[in-house]
Design a protein around this ligand. Structure first.
Ligand SMILES: *[C@@H]1O[C@H](CO)[C@@H](O)[C@H](O)[C@H]1NC(C)=O
Ligand SMILES: *[C@@H]1O[C@H](CO)[C@@H](O)[C@H](O)[C@H]1NC(C)=O
Ligand SMILES: *[C@@H]1O[C@H](CO)[C@@H](O)[C@H](O)[C@H]1NC(C)=O
Length: 598
């Protein structure tokens, strides 16, 4: 990743003296409980894509093998109620990076599009949003992002990189500015631009029919039109046909690319070598930055479709190609954890593992399930309210500071990572805006009994689908659904026939009165409570309605980043290596094309 200029690293000395202080504390046994965690640990954040909470051994799966992630949980704190701020990639990640609901930055749906669709759209994480990487960078951290971004690239020109990771506090970036999608793998059914393509195909057919009719009419002498017009119509048919046909090859070329910092290094990317490339980059990053402190965000491409898996793992799991891909991901996580240990960084690194949202129930090929398993939780990816879409794995490890093997049942959010790491890095959260996340260190260390979140709000695009109330006194965990998607009658709570469930329109039900569940008794949201059976029904509804009003009063309108105008593909914004529109390059080292040796 290029040479790293010498950086200001005041931290190690401060760290030594702090850990010295801690030792004194521990020896004297005076300030054990009050001991603040040492400042400026390395921070390693690992996020999987589309992984279900029920896919991991440490969350109860007894047939998928995930020994490395399970070990992380044994050595650290495992959260059982860790919640994504949104059930889809772009908004969930925007909220993760900024500690704020995606609506606050305009990064959630207001016009139907729920995620960025192209590298060449102009929407993305606005420049006036502050990521944890930016704050830690200012605190002297080396900051790196390896893997998926999906927060936009450019605003006005091909190289302004206004939304690029390097403009959001990361010193180094290697990976996909977009995301894996089925279109990245030739021969798989398309995901991106499917509607546009459908329209192009329809126009082609209509125009062709019209042209043939006119030509036949003219040949039979029934109508008189100039041949010029007929030829014009025929060329239009050809044009539509070519656009339709080209849209298949070009989606892959335009969206499935690898960048190193500001340069496109592989276009379209070769999926088979992605796992070994990410491994190489991550290990090299850790080695180069071991003097610390560093913040490394490893944003895995696993386990999103198309599930391209190396032959070492193919056919090895008991759960088809999806299970193979999960096991490959676990291997990759193990390689990263081993590197941390090998370089003696285990005790000075806060390591975190999560998934951006729940497993994708609608991802199926014929009868074969290609999406993750959300355990006992109802629903999945794309569903704003049901637990399956938002309850994800959450593991924090920091030996010597966080108790090993601790399990926390309290509600926590992925947005909590923001204030937590900002604080550990010695920075301050911005005071000029609402931050929805809360520092989780007291909870992880066992100093606080309860989460700082009394209420959490669950959005689907701009629509509030559900809210949760953790009532501390009674220990009850109430969940209210205002809107739920219509699921396929025979599907296991999924919207088969669609990519993901809708947030609004004819595909959802508005509940009046809302549905109420007691998650502390019914975590699978199987038995809605009725006013007759639950004496507190009315009181709970009223209390949560008040909390929703208070929450709403903190929202203010911002420019929507997923509007049709910003979503649309714009040729002048397309990151491209080589001549446009053919954009083609491949990575330097052919040795990397080989599968990783496990
Ligand atoms: C383990 O994960 C697989 C793959 O997602 C799933 O099919 C299976 O039901 C899970 N098993 C358990 C016990 O949760
Ligand atoms: C790391 O922390 C663990 C747990 O506190 C401790 O047992 C171990 O000795 C520490 N290792 C080093 C190298 O300090
Ligand atoms: C960023 O800019 C937009 C529009 O210019 C504004 O609405 C929004 O409040 C700003 N956000 C922050 C965090 O300052």
């Amino acid at each position: 990743m290029g040479s790293t200029a010498p950086r200001r690293r005041a931290a190690p000395a401060a760290r030594d003296s702090l850990s010295g202080l801690l030792t004194v504390c521990l020896l004297l046994r005076t300030c054990e409980l009050k001991a603040a965690p040492p400042l400026k640990p390395n921070i390693l954040l690992i996020m999987a894509d589309d992984l279900g909470i029920g896919d991991l051994g440490c969350y109860g799966n007894d047939t998928l093998r995930t020994p490395n992630i399970d070990r992380l949980a044994e050595e650290g704190v495992r959260l059982t109620q860790h919640l994504a701020a949104a059930p889809l990639c772009t908004p969930s990640r925007a909220a993760f990076l900024t500690g704020r609901h995606a609506l606050r930055s305009g990064m959630d749906a207001t016009h139907g599009y729920r995620a960025l669709q192209w590298n060449a759209g102009s929407g993305g994480l606005p420049q006036n949003e502050t990521t944890f990487a930016r704050i830690l960078q200012q605190q002297g951290y080396a900051t790196g992002l390896i893997g998926k971004w999906h927060q936009g690239v450019n605003c006005e020109s091909r190289t302004d990189h206004c939304h690029h990771p390097l403009n959001h506090g990361f010193d180094e970036f290697y990976g996909m500015p977009f995301t894996l999608v089925n279109d990245c793998h030739p021969g798989r059914p398309p995901e991106v631009g499917a509607a546009l393509r459908g329209r192009l195909w329809l126009y082609t057919q209509v125009m062709a029919l019209g042209t043939v009719t006119v030509a036949a009419g003219k040949a039979l002498g029934l109508i008189s039109v100039p041949w010029k017009l007929a030829w014009g119509a025929a060329s239009l048919v050809l044009l539509f046909f070519i656009s339709w046909y080209a849209s298949f090859g070009f989606v892959r070329r335009w969206n499935c690319i690898l960048m190193r910092n500001r340069d496109v290094v592989e276009q379209p990317m070769a999926l088979g070598s992605a796992a070994s490339l990410l491994r190489r980059e991550t290990l090299s990053y850790i080695e180069r930055n071991k003097p610390g402190p560093f913040l490394l965000f490893v944003s895995l491409l696993h386990v999103h479709v198309p599930l391209v898996t190396t032959k070492e793992f193919l056919g090895k799991s008991q759960h088809g190609v999806y299970g193979d891909n999960v096991e490959e991901m676990d291997w990759l996580v193990g390689e990263i954890l081993n590197a941390i240990e090998r370089h003696g960084l285990k005790n000075t690194t806060l390591t975190y593992f999560t998934s951006d949202h729940g497993g994708h129930l609608e991802a199926r090929d014929g009868g074969v399930q290609l999406g993750g398993w959300n355990g006992i939780y109802r629903g999945g990816k794309g569903m704003g309210g049901w637990e399956g879409g938002i309850r994800v794995p959450g593991i924090f490890r920091w030996p010597g500071v966080l108790p090993a093997g601790r399990v926390v049942q309290e509600p926590t959010s992925l947005m909590d990572v923001f204030p937590t790491v900002v604080r550990l890095g010695g920075g301050q959260v911005p005071h000029d805006r609402v931050i929805d996340g809360r520092n989780v260190m007291p909870l992880l260390q066992g100093e606080a009994e309860h989460s700082a979140h009394e209420f959490l709000f669950h959005y689907c695009g701009e629509f509030l689908h559900a809210a949760r109330w953790h009532e501390k006194d009674s220990g009850k965990l109430w969940k209210i659904h205002y809107i739920t998607p219509h699921v396929h009658p025979e599907g296991a709570g999924a919207c088969y026939g669609r990519g993901v469930c809708p947030c609004s329109g004819p595909g959802v039900t508005h509940h009046d009165p809302p549905l109420l569940f007691d998650l502390s008794e019914d975590p699978s949201e199987a038995r809605p409570l009725a006013p007759g059976s639950e004496p507190r029904y009315g009181a709970v509804l009223a209390r949560v309605a008040q909390a929703v009003r208070d929450h709403r009063s903190t929202l203010s309108p911002v420019p929507p980043q997923l509007s049709p105008g910003r979503i649309a593909w714009k040729p002048w914004l397309q990151p491209c290596c080589g001549p446009f529109p053919f954009c083609s390059c491949s990575q330097e080292d052919p040795a990397l094309r080989r599968a990783p040796s496990a």
